[in-house]
Design a binder for this molecule. Structure first.
Ligand SMILES: [Zn+2]
Length: 162
């Protein structure tokens, strides 16, 4: 029985599938991207789209750590604002590893954002979990995730050819 940190994230199946597909496409490397959406109170987020971005690290390090360049984050934030949304979190994949944030992830995380980790085993997305960092930066707490089949009529996810 998983224990959750009290926060809740709602992600439509469409967007979960976009993150899974991105993780499978970039395997055996880590993929990463932004989650665009809205904050609903202190501890609830609703994801309305994904924004895939490239992995800034060199080939070797791509396998086990991700990095989002500040200019990429700024571009994503601008894109989100144009859609009336915010960047509510980040997603990345763990090739042949669990859907649990690493120590590296913890050291590079920002508070209040959600972090979705997609486990990709042998090129197939097998698990997906969402996390939020404890405010004292000591650990990640798993978020409760609800998946809605209902998504907004206007597509906000941005797909770029990798
Ligand atoms: Zn990671």
């Amino acid at each position: 029985m998983a224990t959750f940190g009290g926060s809740l994230i709602t992600v439509a199946e469409t967007h979960l599938n976009e993150m899974r597909a991105h993780g499978e496409r970039d395997y055996p490397y880590e993929c990463c991207g932004l989650m665009l959406g809205q904050l609903d109170g202190d501890s609830r987020k609703v994801v309305a789209g994904t924004y895939p971005i490239s992995n800034a690290r060199e080939e070797e390090a791509k396998r086990n750590r991700f990095l989002i360049r500040p200019e990429e984050l700024m571009r994503g934030e601008k894109y989100a604002r144009e859609k009336g949304l915010d960047v509510v979190g980040f997603y990345h994949s763990h090739p042949d590893d669990r859907a649990v944030p690493s120590q590296y992830d913890l050291e590079h995380a920002w508070p209040t954002y959600s972090y979705i980790v997609v486990a990709v085993a042998q090129g197939r997305a097998v698990d997906l979990r969402s996390w939020e960092m404890e405010s004292d930066r000591s650990r990640f707490n798993e978020e409760e995730m609800t998946s809605s089949l209902v998504t907004s009529d206007k597509p906000v996810s941005q797909w770029v050819d990798g």
